[in-house]
Design a protein around this ligand. Structure first.
Ligand SMILES: [Zn+2]
Length: 91
């Protein structure tokens, strides 16, 4: 489990510059399973996005994890039961 929060100001990165078209594809290109929002007990299986998050007890590094659109709007900290894919700085 990772304790994370949604990162602010990430809309200036609408897509990665690595050849995949969305952040969810970016996450999937690193992890081969996804199908459900792993935020707490959410379990939503539709409207998933590759959400930018930061570790609550980490630095300023950005990570991608699948969240449903509702959880992507959360303003409080939350746990995700999935692997975080690091966004290289500059992407
Ligand atoms: Zn969710």
């Amino acid at each position: 489990m990772e304790y994370v929060r949604n990162a602010n100001g990430t809309s200036r990165w609408p897509s990665p510059s690595t050849g995949v078209s969305t952040w969810l594809d970016y996450w999937k290109s690193h992890k081969y399973i996804y199908s459900v929002c792993k935020c707490g007990h959410c379990g939503t299986t539709y409207d998933l996005v590759g959400a930018h998050v930061q570790k609550v007890f980490g630095g300023n590094e950005l990570y991608i994890t699948p969240l449903c659109r509702r959880c992507n709007q959360k303003t409080e900290n939350f746990y995700v039961d999935t692997e975080l894919v690091r966004v290289p700085s500059g992407l």
